[in-house]
Unconditional design. Structure first.
Length: 190
């Protein structure tokens, strides 16, 4: 069985995960696609709920076994990807798959799934605001902060490859806009 997919991508710190979590609470037929990654879990993150945490070796083995729909080496030695089994699990429940993925992963997923997928790029109002959000997280060293901000500036140049651009300046307004985007996609013919 094949269903629909919603793809949310953004530079780190744009608010995409917050928006996706809101949508998952709002729409009962949406289900989060749990990505696999090769990084350690952050405080509060649970294996099999937030991510499937794999070692670099395990990730590479699963790549070799063709277990991924898409995967990316986001930073050297830092892999993220979507397992085929995860999509099948969600579609078997007749739910719509929701992806919260990096920009390249979002572009790859849209290319792979075409019209059954809607890709949404969550855009920060500016690079300055994005940097402030990342600093407020208190999860970044100065070096990783600079790396993320530089990467974000590059990623924002890919926004035109997405079906919709959602500028997240005011979170409540973004929630409403995201709900409208999802409602229109769900109600469109399969």
């Amino acid at each position: 069985m094949q269903g629909k997919l919603l793809i949310f991508s953004a530079p780190s710190g744009s608010g995409k995960t917050t928006i996706v979590k809101h949508l998952l609470k709002t729409f009962t037929n949406l289900e989060f696609s749990i990505s696999a990654c090769s990084r350690s879990n952050r405080a509060g993150e649970v294996d099999g709920k937030d991510y499937y945490f794999l070692t670099v070796e395990e990730f590479k083995r699963r790549i070799a076994n063709n277990d991924f729909i898409e995967w990316e080496e986001v930073y050297p030695g830092s892999f993220y990807g979507t397992l085929k089994s995860e999509i099948e699990r969600i579609w078997n429940k007749d739910n719509i798959v929701v992806f919260d993925v990096d920009v390249k992963g979002g572009i790859n997923l849209k290319k792979k799934f075409g019209d059954i997928a809607l890709s949404v790029f969550v855009m920060p109002p500016s690079i300055e605001v994005l940097k402030q959000r990342l600093v407020a997280r208190c999860t970044e060293s100065e070096e990783s902060l600079n790396k993320r901000v530089g990467k974000a500036a590059d990623e924002m140049t890919y926004s035109n490859q997405f079906d919709k651009i959602l500028i997240n300046e005011n979170l409540q307004t973004s929630y409403i806009e995201a709900e409208n985007i999802v409602n229109n996609f769900i109600s469109s013919a399969k």
